[in-house]
Design a binder for this molecule. Sequence first.
Ligand code: HEC
Ligand code: HEC
Ligand code: HEC
Ligand code: HEC
Ligand code: HEC
Length: 183
Amino acid sequence: MIISLVRQHPRLALALGLVGVLVASGVVLGIFFGSRALAAPPQPLVFQHSKHIAAGANCLFCHPGVQTGAVAGLPSLAKCMGCHVAVQPKDPRDQPDIDRLIKQWGSRQPIQWVKVFEKPDFVHFNHRPHIAKGVACESCHGDLSQMGYAKPYNLNMGFCLDCHKKQAPEKVARLIDCATCHY
Ligand code: HEC
Ligand code: HEC
Ligand code: HEC
Ligand code: HEC
Ligand code: HEC
């Protein structure tokens, strides 16, 4: 179908070729620039945010610390097993991943997830005021519903300040004060 169309319209071949080149270079550039900033570190067990969020699990169920303080926290294996004693994966090919989870649980060794976000020690950050004001997880961590493992984002000072400058005028002075984030 495309071939006969191209025979009738030679310029279409050129256009299709151009699209192909653009798509291919887009993919290459995406891999080249994207992977440095966005690759998730290797983790000890399979865990896909996308499948859990699609199944209706809430961020706060697994990361409840964001409401009360600085540290979001990660779920224990006991929390995983709270569902996985009963839950079966939709795709049977995922069963080996669940089997490894069950085996790890049986070993009674806590799981050591590799940290994704590494904030320097001289920066003070607290989840609580952000969550209290309704700042979405997504604005700092990206759209986890489209990710397997969490991916690192570049949470640099300019990024923090850009949003702080947009807050209510009477609060901006405090929110951009060096001592608010550094002490
Ligand atoms: C709130 C319930 C719930 C909790 C808690 C939960 N899961 Fe799941 N999990 C599910 C559901 C539902 C599925 C099936 C989703 C699907 O197959 O699309 C699933 C699927 C999986 C799978 C198979 C899909 C894949 O990617 O291979 C693995 C592995 C898994 N979960 C690991 C974990 C781990 C590790 C934890 C703890 C950090 C955990 N789960 C916590 C509900 C839960
Ligand atoms: C204003 C930006 C911002 C928002 C909004 C935000 N986070 Fe974070 N989050 C961070 C930063 C910065 C760190 C690194 C903190 C550190 O290294 O101590 C972090 C770390 C984390 C961590 C890993 C370390 C820890 O604290 O246990 C998890 C999990 C997490 N966030 C989950 C969430 C969830 C879930 C939400 C939404 C309910 C959320 N975050 C909203 C900026 C944000
Ligand atoms: C079923 C439990 C579960 C749910 C629901 C869940 N997470 Fe996670 N989250 C995990 C586990 C396990 C890890 C550690 C593996 C990884 O880094 O992906 C993690 C890691 C993270 C990290 C990186 C932590 C670090 O080391 O810096 C962030 C950020 C995060 N989650 C945000 C979210 C947000 C935002 C949501 C909701 C959109 C969410 N999570 C929903 C279990 C969950
Ligand atoms: C998307 C917007 C947004 C981003 C990005 C953001 N913040 Fe905030 N931040 C807020 C809001 C909103 C508040 C609460 C202001 C209020 O209380 O009205 C806040 C409050 C704070 C506070 C508490 C200030 C106080 O009242 O003492 C600290 C500390 C803070 N942010 C640090 C950070 C750091 C560090 C980063 C970058 C890693 C960051 N924020 C990124 C919106 C943001
Ligand atoms: C809203 C939070 C916030 C405020 C306010 C803030 N910073 Fe930062 N600052 C950060 C974060 C996050 C980093 C670490 C990431 C980075 O290096 O960009 C940082 C890093 C730095 C660094 C190290 C830079 C480097 O390249 O290693 C210096 C120096 C610094 N800040 C000075 C200041 C000064 C001076 C002020 C006041 C004018 C200030 N900061 C206000 C969040 C903040």
